[in-house]
Ligand binder design. Sequence first.
Ligand code: CDP
Length: 218
Amino acid sequence: MDTVIIAIDGQASTGKSTQAKKLAENLKYDYRDSGAYYRAITLYFLDNNIKFDLNITDKILHKINIKQTYEEGQFRIYLNDYDVTDKIRGHKVSLNVSNFAKKKEIRKFVFNQLRKSSESNSLVVDGRDIGTVVFPNADFKFFLVGKPKIRAERRHKQINDDSVKVDIIEEEIKQRDKTDSTREIAPLKKAVDAFKIDVSNLTINEVFNKILQKIKSD
Ligand code: CDP
């Protein structure tokens, strides 16, 4: 059986993973959140006091085992058998993840894991370089963008922690977009054949319907 790949890339906090999960459930495909891989690796490095300007060797990366599962209607992410689904969304990981995601050894590590997942399963994968680098031949590609202020407000609501101010989140996501789009390896950019959606004035369901419509009409 031929497997199908759907790539959802885009800026930080545009709701890529919300859309990717809904789509995977709707189509009964597997889901891979590539950002969660970078976040879990970042958490591992922070917890073990490994700085991003150090040489990241395969020996270090071999100590990292990341697994994504679907349990009771929820996608969960495990780092060396610990459930880190919530911890990887913390502010500290968000502040550091783009610096680790620039490193070529780390990108290769995630690339290999994602490619392996696609060998036997149809997948919805979200990230920054899925339609450009990881799966350039994906069957469908989407690219989500949005106004920074609206993205920050949505993320603020989601993390539900009043000690983190909206302005700080806005700065962090702008900084992350900048680091992600200006890096040398696999920068954040729209694949020429990706369908772009500006999510600023759309609800989750409106974006989802646009995605489904596009898939069904092609
Ligand atoms: O959910 P959000 O859009 O805020 O971020 P994420 O998808 O969890 O990704 C976190 C970070 O990982 C991004 O800002 C990128 O630095 C990095 N990343 C990447 O470099 N390549 C990917 N395919 C996915 C994420």
